[in-house]
Design a protein. Structure first.
Lengths: 223, 223
DNA sequence: TTGCAATTCAAACACTTGTATGAAACTATC
DNA sequence: GATAGTTTCATACAAGTGTTTGAATTGCAA
């Protein structure tokens, strides 16, 4: 049994550095310095830099999917397979938002690492990322159970927009804070989640056919 | 007057390459090869790679802001200073979406370059990007004119979400297409714009205080 | 044409990157 | 405690990066 103290030290250091500074400007030498191991250790334990990144991504990706699905199942169990649409979307965006916003001590490098992945999409990751689609399909299915009358296209757009709002909030929380001079509180994670979910749900349920009427676009009064 | 044939060739090649492949893996040698100029030309004409990127960004940033504001003014002139909120948001997200989605021949490298900027945020750009806040504030002001009853915080979140949906749609249009097996048509740009705007407007006008009531969250029926 | 500045060019520079090597240190088994 | 296998380490390597250099070429005014 190999004493994988070095291995785990490298993984932890790499994840933190990638989460903080992105893949672009984190070198192997940065990682080994942070992990306090020798330069050659990465290639010895992982084979190459790319394989290190890939292992990191696979691990975290599975964990995130598991977390989302467990929240989803918990919500569906309450009502025998039909969770309210809010709960489905909350299971989708909650884990990421909770891990990335909120008080410092509660933020997980894992969640921030996954956001990096969603931003930069470096080659070793791009090859694996297809599995994400299958994962998201499970949520589309759950959304369909919540909103039986809703068309597939609307569900896809709704999920897409929900993820968009969640990810952008994480990615650009700084800009939002600056723009609003602190009036938008991104530290209150649960409030942010409710906000994202609520807008997404309105997009799913509120719109409908009315959206396609172009005559209305310039006719509405500014009130 | 310097014959800036080389200069413009470099700018065009660089913009296209950055738009296509990102800042991460485009080297000076790629650029000069595409522009068919000598390697030293970049440093001769621009001083450094970073200054080339900065010039590209400043130029395009000003152009995009100008385009947005001209759409906004056009919309506000119709009703003497109070455009419908839909028109304001359309002026915000329209230019980017039109330039990045839609038929190939109509896509602009400029718009795709700006999306890259919003994704990668390389150091020379990060230093300049603060001006963006001032630009966005003008839109917040216009939104306030459209929705006088709306609180500032809601306006900030509304603008934030609108940009989030627009940018994510551009960035991840491929995933949405795959996920929906082509059923979500991102080529119909005007429809996408209306969709983004409509959801954002619902978020601004539909929600209100009701959003804060937690009791409702699990109580809604799945039907 | 001559002369001079602006521009182009090939080559080299200094530096950083990920990876490979072979010796040293360690660990556990006999 | 000797030995074989695993892990660490300092060091070197090849490839690629942005930048610099100084000579060659061009373009244009006198």
């Amino acid at each position: 049994m190999p004493s994988d103290r070095t291995r785990t030290a490298i993984l932890a250091a790499a994840e933190r550095l990638y989460a903080d500074r992105g893949f672009g400007d984190v070198t192997l030498r940065d990682i080994v310095a942070a992990a306090d191991v020798n330069l050659a250790a990465v290639n010895y334990h992982f084979g190459s830099k790319d394989e290190l990144i890939a292992e990191l991504f696979v691990t975290r990706s599975l964990a995130l999917n598991r977390e989302r699905l467990s929240e989803l199942r918990a919500a569906e169990e309450v009502r025998g397979g039909r969770a309210p649409i809010e709960a489905v979307l909350r299971a989708l965006v909650g884990p990421t938002l909770r891990g990335c916003l909120g008080p410092d001590n509660q933020r997980s490098t894992a969640a921030r690492f996954m956001i990096r992945v969603s931003i930069e999409s470096v080659p070793p990751i791009r090859r694996i990322r297809n599995r994400e689609i299958d994962h998201l399909r499970k949520f589309v299915a759950a959304m369909a159970r919540s909103l039986p009358g809703c068309s597939d296209v609307e569900l896809y757009w709704g999920l897409h927009f929900a993820l968009a709002m969640a990810q952008q909030t994480v990615r650009d929380s700084e800009r939002l804070t600056k723009l609003s001079e602190g009036k938008c509180d991104v530290e209150d994670v649960e409030a942010v989640i409710e906000r994202v979910v609520s807008v997404a749900v309105m997009g799913l349920t509120g719109g409908g056919a009315e959206r396609k009427v172009p005559a209305r676009l310039l006719a509405r009064d500014a009130r």
